[in-house]
Design a protein around this ligand. Structure first.
Ligand code: TYD
Length: 134
């Protein structure tokens, strides 16, 4: 069965006067986060990603700015998400080819289900497509 990407809405606590807090607790996440990393100072309109993961699941948060995430699954389905609110996250299942385009000095935080392992990456699109036949 192929898992699909989806938006997670986190609680947004506060008001326009005080500002806001959002929070995610482990019982509300689809996996146990083993790693957190973040990206920043990415030039406007430049692209990151362009890879898939054999086993890694992720939740992307865009705390400021905006990131357009394009995802292709092994069944050929494609998705596009416009992440520009700090109280939402994007769940990305394993075997998702993704490209991220950054706007407005975007700051992205990622909750990852596994520790970093370069062997878990598929960085070649043709190799990703070959998995469609498996
Ligand atoms: P990469 O995952 O390709 O970044 P992006 O998807 O944002 O384009 O990682 C970029 C570089 O950083 C690559 O050389 C691997 C390294 N890296 C780590 O060493 N540890 C990590 O946890 C991550 C996410 C990346």
């Amino acid at each position: 069965m192929i898992n699909k990407p989806y938006i997670i809405n986190f609680p947004k606590i506060g008001s326009d006067i005080t500002g806001f807090i959002s929070v995610c607790e482990k019982q509300n996440l689809p996996f146990h986060a083993e790693r957190i990393y973040w990206t920043y100072h990415v030039p406007n309109e430049s692209e990151r990603g362009a890879h898939a993961h054999l086993n890694l699941e992720q939740i992307l948060l865009v705390l400021s700015g905006e990131i357009i995430v394009k995802i292709e699954l092994l069944n050929g389905e494609t998705y596009e998400f416009n992440l520009n609110k700090p109280d939402i996250g994007l769940y990305i299942p394993k075997m998702s080819w993704r490209t991220l385009t950054y706007f407005g000095n975007a700051v992205q935080v990622c909750l990852a289900s596994m520790e970093y392992d370069e062997n878990d990456y598929i960085r070649n699109y043709d190799e990703f497509r070959k998995h469609m036949d498996c």
